[in-house]
Design a protein. Structure first.
Length: 127
């Protein structure tokens, strides 16, 4: 495949697509943390992913079907653009669900542990 302006445009489109997908999942996590503050963080994240997974798969699936049709019947001019979009939709969806969310969990847990450690240190100094 040739890297031209349309390929670069496809990469930028995919970055936006992936960020949008990640923001939707993170927004649902934030919503669940507000609705169920006493629930475990892992349970809230799992519920948030489960509630958005159907929508994410449907959106990605329909987009992939359209891109495959364009790739097959669109001609040589659109082939590089649609190929980049095909790879990007799959990798963007994967990264939103399976990469970004566990990283967010690790960051939130590290913040929680840091806060608990500071509280313990302040209680220990107060004695």
């Amino acid at each position: 495949m040739e890297v031209d302006q349309s390929f670069i445009a496809a990469l930028l489109t995919i970055i936006g697509y992936s960020i949008m997908d990640t923001v939707i999942i993170f927004d649902r996590i934030r919503e669940y943390r507000g609705l169920y503050p006493s629930a475990d963080l892992a349970d809230n994240i799992n519920s948030a992913i489960n509630s958005t997974l159907g929508r994410t798969i449907n959106t990605s699936g329909v987009t992939l079907v359209v891109l495959i049709v364009i790739f097959i019947f669109g001609g040589e001019v659109l082939r590089g653009f649609t190929f980049a979009l095909l790879i990007g939709v799959v990798s963007g969806t994967y990264s939103s669900v399976f990469n970004a969310t566990p990283v967010a969990y690790d960051i939130l847990m590290a913040q929680k542990r840091r806060k608990e450690r500071k509280e313990l240190e302040s209680k220990g100094k107060g004695k």
